[in-house]
Write a protein of this length. Structure first.
Lengths: 278, 168
């Protein structure tokens, strides 16, 4: 009997929650139509809105993180596409650089003083220990042993051996490279020999493997560092600028002066060269 | 002193609940409050539950920019349906109880789609197949959570009983 009473009370209690809840909701709704509850809204908003916004931000961060993880495959694909695009751009850029260098070399060649000779444009395949250079032009294109290789009026080397597809050029650094030169201080502008070249001294250039030496400079000459070294060898057959005098050794006890030659062109950076074919 | 502490706990609980509700709503479009009330319904004193529900629904109405009373109404209507079902069959245990709870939660989620817009602008909110499927999935997840919580609490109770001396 007591239990049944208790159960009835309990059911009534639960139903009361629903009924009273409905009434309270109705009262809230009616109150909200009046502006009187604005301070209440403001107060609750002041207290709880920051918490709600913080929660929202945390949720957005978590959502963003999982969104990123979920799209990892898409990102990887995009990354690969971007990588390919970057490679394509690099290739285009490298191609442009090659064209630029070729254009620069051609301009130098066009401004040659001696236009009677014929030159063949070639590409450098490899530079070995700055002593030898492999080029992509050979017998098939008319390259012969002993041909002069240059860039404009700047001397690069002499063709040592030729096969049908390429040739080996001996650079001035090579120990097997020896030729006659003269030293001048004026008459060369931008690597081009102009009229009225004063010959300060003659000399002999020898490759040292990792440097170029000039010997037999006359003791009476006024050769200074920075003067221009120009070839005058019958094997070369013309005047080409080799480089500038550097580290001049002026020993009064010696019979001649010697120095190092700093080339005007960096052989390692050369890409385009010209081979004399006639 | 005890009352002060109780008020303090409730206040902290409110803040925590609002924070969690915000995370769940924004992360999974999942309402936590109804689940808690469904769990507490018939388990704690209805007057206390009403006070907590009223205050919490007020807070949620303000933070979500709803008309005051919207959240309370959304809590009361599915609870009423749950109560109605409970007069016909037992909702204390068994698979039937979970089906009834599932239907109540689903009704809550559907009301969540309709009621705020209806009370605010007088028009039914956006409701389409996709949202209904979301509501269905949310309800399923909710009932699974409910099941898990019941299982955990059941386990704790059993462990508590084990230490008691039983007289047959």
């Amino acid at each position: 009997m007591l239990n049944r009473k208790k159960a009835t009370k309990n059911i009534l209690g639960d139903n009361a929650l629903l009924l009273v809840g409905l009434v309270v909701a109705g009262i809230f709704f009616l109150l909200d139509t009046l502006s009187a509850v604005k301070p209440l809204r403001d107060g609750i908003s002041f207290l709880f809105n920051p918490i709600y916004v913080d929660g929202k931000e945390v949720a957005n961060e978590v959502k963003g993180y999982f969104g990123t993880v979920g799209k990892i495959d898409e990102f990887r694909k995009e990354f690969n596409e971007l990588k390919v695009a970057t490679y394509e751009k690099d290739i285009n850029n490298a191609h442009y650089q090659v064209l630029l260098e070729e254009n620069d070399s051609l301009r130098k060649q066009v401004t040659l003083g001696n236009m009677e000779k014929k030159y063949l444009l070639g590409k450098v395949l490899e530079v070995e220990n700055i002593s030898n250079m492999r080029i992509d032009k050979g017998e098939k294109e008319g390259v012969k042993k002993g041909a002069v290789v240059s860039v404009g009026n700047m001397f690069v080397g002499l063709v040592q051996s030729v096969d049908s597809e390429g040739a080996l050029v001996v650079l001035p650094y090579s120990k097997s490279s020896t030729f006659k030169v003269f030293v001048t201080n004026v008459g060369v502008k931008d690597g081009k020999i102009v009229e009225g070249v004063p010959m300060l001294s003659k000399g002999v250039v020898r490759g040292g493997g990792d440097d170029i030496n000039i010997e037999n400079i006359s003791m009476n000459s006024t050769v200074e560092e920075g003067d221009i070294v120009v070839t005058m060898d019958e094997r070369i057959g013309g005047y080409f600028v080799l480089g500038r005098i550097a580290n001049l050794v002026d020993n009064p006890a010696a019979t001649s002066k010697s120095a190092k030659v700093a080339p005007l062109v960096d052989y390692d950076d050369l890409m385009t060269i010209f081979v004399e074919i006639e | 002193m005890k009352i002060v502490l109780e008020i303090l706990y409730i206040a902290v609980g409110f803040f925590l609940l609002v924070f969690l509700e915000s995370i769940f709503v924004n992360l999974f479009s999942f309402r936590l409050i109804f689940l808690l009330f469904l769990f507490a319904y018939k388990k704690i004193d209805w007057k206390k539950l009403l006070v907590v529900a009223s205050v919490l629904s007020l807070v949620m109405d303000v933070t979500m920019h709803y008309k005051l009373g919207t959240n309370l109404l959304m809590l009361i209507v599915p609870l009423g349906m749950f109560s109605l079902f409970s007069t016909f069959s037992s909702v204390e245990d068994g698979i039937g109880s979970y089906i009834v709870r599932f239907v109540s939660i689903l009704l809550y989620h559907i009301l969540n789609l309709i009621l705020p817009s209806l009370l605010l602008t007088g028009t039914l909110g956006v409701i389409n197949g996709k949202l209904l499927i979301y509501a269905l999935i949310n309800s399923l997840v909710s009932i699974l959570l409910f099941l898990l919580v019941n299982y955990i609490i059941g386990g704790i109770r059993k462990r508590g009983d084990a230490s008691k001396i039983r007289l047959k």
